[in-house]
Design a protein around this ligand. Structure first.
Ligand SMILES: Nc1ncnc2c1ncn2[C@@H]1O[C@H](COP(=O)(O)OP(=O)(O)OP(=O)(O)O)[C@@H](O)[C@H]1O
Ligand SMILES: [Mg+2]
Length: 284
């Protein structure tokens, strides 16, 4: 199993209860969207999976990636660094080193299995460079490899960040609102690339999104958070505007405004049904 989360709660120091009793199982090679209004806990959850943030110290709380413990009972595992090597990140605010060329940014994905001095010196073997160039070709920005990262468009920077997770060999890719700052065309491109690396390589992708129509189009499974709680976990095909309104009330308009959801059919499943199934009713 790619990701297993049990009994996870998170209070911040200011008392904010950001995540409430999260229990999730995500299988190998799934493509899952994490949706929810601003402040619902999406980034907090992804940071905890990445082992960057500790859960509340409560017995039974657990996060495992590929069967390896990231944190348990609110304590991050001592060998978390080696587990992090299997997890790739793509953030809304592109996390590339601006002044370095794209190729070097992508190669940084390999640092975890290089002697430190080679990484620091910026020396990479021709084999490593060819792996990185292949990754850049796959995400469609091979011609940008020598440019400084700061000169790429937002969409190109996100593709470079995805290339880095490929070079890293990440089995689990966490993307936190990777398309929030992008125009519709670049957004589609980035979502298509994430979908391709899931389908073709069998990587697991968990992507947080504001845009519910994107979640439905590209992700067969959707997990919806509301105020730190999972209020829906199921097929995106069943996530209708009616259900979203039941889950989110007035906040649903934040998701649905400008959404093409109402007029287009997703590619990977039949027309959304209007059914309000029992499991969803329970989830809500
Ligand atoms: N370090 C922190 N200290 C205190 N509160 C925090 C901290 N980080 C997040 N929070 C709070 O936890 C809640 C969840 O925040 P989070 O960033 O996970 O939401 P989000 O779903 O990612 O929102 P957005 O869509 O705006 O990115 C918010 O109320 C936020 O203010
Ligand atoms: Mg966030």
């Amino acid at each position: 199993m790619a990701l297993r989360i049990e009994k996870l709660d998170k209070h911040f120091a200011n008392g904010k209860h950001a995540l409430r009793d999260i229990n999730l199982h995500i299988g190998d090679s799934e493509m899952v969207a994490l949706i929810g209004a601003s402040g619902s806990g999406k980034s907090t959850l992804l940071r905890m999976v990445a082992g960057l943030l500790e859960a509340d110290a409560a017995a039974g709380s657990l996060i495992e990636v590929n069967g390896l413990c990231v944190q348990r009972d609110g304590r991050i595992a001592s060998d978390v660094r080696s587990i992090r090597a299997q997890v790739g990140f793509v953030f809304q605010q592109f996390n590339l080193v601006d002044r370095l060329p794209v190729l070097v940014n992508v190669l940084v994905g390999r640092l975890h299995d290089m002697p430190w001095w080679r990484g620091v010196m910026g020396w990479f073997s021709s084999h490593e460079r060819s792996i990185a160039l292949d990754a850049l070709e796959r995400v469609g920005i091979l011609d940008c490899h020598a440019q400084r990262a700061s000169t790429l468009s937002g969409g190109q920077q996100q593709r470079a960040a995805i290339a880095r997770t490929l070079v890293q060999g990440a089995k689990l890719v966490l993307a936190d609102e990777p398309i929030a700052s992008l125009d519709p065309e670049s957004s589609r491109k980035v979502m298509e690339i994430l979908s391709t690396i899931q389908r073709e390589d069998g990587r697991t992708v968990v992507v947080s999104l504001h845009q519910v129509d994107m979640a439905i189009r590209y992700c067969p499974r959707v997990i919806a958070l509301n105020q730190g709680q999972v209020v829906y976990d199921g097929p995106s095909a069943q996530l209708t505007p009616e259900l979203l309104r039941q889950l989110y009330g007035m906040q649903a308009d934040e998701f649905l405004s400008g959404s093409e959801l109402l007029s287009t059919q997703p590619e990977h499943h039949p027309a959304p049904t209007l059914a309000w199934s029992t499991s969803m009713a329970q989830a809500a």
